[in-house]
Write a protein that binds this ligand. Structure first.
Ligand code: AR6
Length: 237
């Protein structure tokens, strides 16, 4: 059964997810609150090939760029055979790198292909390597999107499938790197929407837990205070 397309306008931002209480504020966030960032970052759990009106989606590819299983297979099937033809001209991509192609039959403009680390393989080389390579995937994908005039981007959860990266550690690296990117004056406002599109519940749980650390609710104390004041009986005191 073919599921229907999800328009960009229906993909909830972090700001909306706080209002809906799908995200719960934390008392000790790791970054300062910023409404503009919370209107930029989005979370959704769905098939990334069904997102409509998003300029580019990010594929969890392998170094050959010649397709594979998981989200890579889904994206190649949905884009059609011309995608493989274009990928053949690219001569592969290093782990931690990102390249861009056309999107062909997909309802987006372009596809960013990034190659995540194979978690155990890179960890055997150096304990820090999986994280630095995964951070590079997110950073390079965001940079490549901006270099190609994209204004919105949706990420699949790079490396968290076949490549075995633990979901929470992956979400932490993705969110922290994205926070650094949106804070960088060089890229300020260039990407209007950055969407984390999870497919499995385990990854969605990780993002719901960690997003409030990196993209906290603005004025959460003030909003509690005003609610508290509103609920006070007038005769008090
Ligand atoms: N939409 C969004 N996310 C999806 C979808 C979908 N339709 N299908 C799966 N995912 P994986 P990796 C999620 O294994 O770990 C390929 O063979 C999935 O739940 O696709 O980076 C490549 O060619 C998981 O969270 O990629 C490489 O050889 C995430 O996509 C290798 O797998 C990534 O899982 C890359 O492994």
């Amino acid at each position: 059964m073919a599921s229907s397309l999800i328009p960009l306008a229906e993909i909830p931002t972090v700001s909306l997810l706080y209002k809906l209480k799908r995200l719960v504020p934390v008392s000790h966030p790791l970054a300062r609150p910023c409404n503009a960032f919370n209107d930029t970052i989005s979370l959704i759990r769905n098939d990334i090939t069904k997102l409509q009106g998003v300029d580019c989606i990010v594929n969890a590819a392998n170094k050959s760029l010649l397709g594979g299983g998981g989200v890579d297979g889904v994206i190649h099937r949905a884009a059609g055979p011309e995608l493989l033809d274009e990928c053949r001209t690219l001569d592969g991509c290093d782990t931690g790198g990102a390249v861009i192609t056309s999107a062909y039959d997909l309802p987006c403009k372009q596809i960013v292909h990034t190659v995540g680390p194979i978690y155990e393989l890179e960890r055997r080389r150096d304990k820090e390597l999986p994280e630095s390579l995964l951070r590079s995937c997110y950073r390079r994908s965001l940079e490549v999107a901006v270099e190609n005039d994209m204004t919105s981007i949706a990420f699949s959860a790079i490396s968290t499938g076949v490549y075995g990266y633990p979901s929470e550690a992956a979400a932490q690296a993705a969110l922290d790197e994205t926070r650094k990117f949106v804070e960088n004056p060089e890229y300020a406002g260039k990407l209007e929407r950055i969407i984390f599109c999870n497919f499995e519940r385990k990854d969605e749980i990780a993002y719901e837990k960690l997003t409030p650390l990196f993209f906290p609710l603005e004025d959460q104390d003030a909003s509690h205070t005003s609610n508290d004041i509103e609920s006070q009986p007038e005769s008090d005191g």
